[in-house]
Design a protein around this ligand. Sequence first.
Ligand code: 9MG
Length: 278
Amino acid sequence: MPPSGHLRFGDQLLDLTRPRVMGILNVTPDSFSDGGRFVDREKALEHARRMNADGADIIDIGGESTRPGAAPVNVDVELERVVPLVEALAREGMRICVDTAKPAVMREALRAGAGMINDVRALREPDALNVVAAGKAAVCLMHMQGEPRTMQAEPHYDDVVAEVRDFLVERARCCEAAGIARDRIVIDPGFGFGKTVAHNLALLRSLRIFEATGYPVLAGLSRKSMLGGFAGRDVNERAAASVAAALAAVARGAAIVRVHDVRDTVDALKVWHAIGTE
Ligand code: 9MG
């Protein structure tokens, strides 16, 4: 079944007949902060406004790092980092997604005006399904093997594409059974989350198999270590590599790309669109 062509995002319908760009706003100690509990809110707001002006369709705010090796964050710290930003940016009319696996953060983020939850644990925490089902938000269900602290140690699959697809379809069905409408659900293979480079490439090359599930597909490859390996670039010098990966994902059916370099990605997609596909 082909995806429906739109995503129900809070009270809005987001047209997915053209690819959409989700800009990443990380508010963690390694991003806009003094290195401790306090995150510089003004800098984060400025960065979100810049991504919005550059053409981001959605801003994805995350207050807990999910990088390989990252340690978990206390719920109060995450709330303090994320909720004021959601309130301010939603009030300015931006579409806000919140990257969290914690039901308490989801609940407050939705109250503050978020229209989407991005969960790397695919709503597997107790109560997460109910919190999302009770509102009108969209949800991105991502696949991850293991936990961020250890997930890259020894990822193993017999058939990575089938296993990841089956997991995501099963989670999407749980969402629908809990009352989340089909047109509120997005799936994501979770590049780099308990995957080797060979696993990531197999998933990227087979993205059409995910699209064929009928759920829109989100691809997050931006600045990931696999791209650094191919291009021989440090993390802050991977914009061109990330744009190439985003286009490769869109060419294989991705409906949304999650990126750091919004302006470059938006420009590339405009060129892509102008050229058209055969
Ligand atoms: C939070 N986060 C980091 N990488 C991600 C990815 O690839 N997809 C999604 N949905 N979230 C991600």
